[in-house]
Write a protein of this length. Structure first.
Length: 150
């Protein structure tokens, strides 16, 4: 699984002109599920994300986690994170998990993150054409791949 984590002051998701979800300070996370990913992959991300220390402390050092700042999470599924751009000019999405598996792992990740002590976990709509707005704070953007985590 791949996660693009952006530290934000606020973020929102709109579908068909209607606000679906919004958060204040926290993480806007784009989540891609790769073919072959399992709950074990999700658990690696779930264990890392809430405690990832990328918020600044009183000395301006990135030393605080989402839990420490009472932050929120906006989780959005994004199969395009699994794109293979190694050949030609058109990305291949053959590495993306089938939608039913990807949605199951996306929902699992959201549920477990919400049980981690984070103030709130909100979601986009799986498979929808979403408009995502955010104000990246820093900017700070971190990319996690479950295959690279211990």
């Amino acid at each position: 699984m791949k996660a693009v984590i952006q530290r934000v002051t606020h973020s929102s998701v709109t579908v068909d002109g209607k606000l679906v979800s919004e958060i204040g300070q926290g993480f806007m996370i784009l989540l891609g599920v790769v073919d072959g990913d399992t709950k074990e992959d999700a658990d690696k991300l779930i264990n890392k994300i809430p405690v990832l220390r990328i918020f600044e402390d009183e000395n301006g050092k990135m030393n605080l986690s989402c839990l420490d700042v009472d932050g929120e999470i906006l989780l959005v599924s994004q199969f395009t994170l699994c794109a293979d751009c190694s050949h030609g000019r058109r990305p291949s999405f053959i590495n993306s998990a089938p939608p039913e598996i990807a949605n199951e792992l996306y929902e699992y990740t959201a549920e477990k993150l919400s049980q981690s002590g984070v103030k709130a976990v909100k979601k986009g709509i799986f498979g929808a054409d979403m408009k995502v707005e955010l104000l990246n704070d820093g900017p700070v953007t971190i990319i996690l791949d479950s295959k690279e985590l211990k």
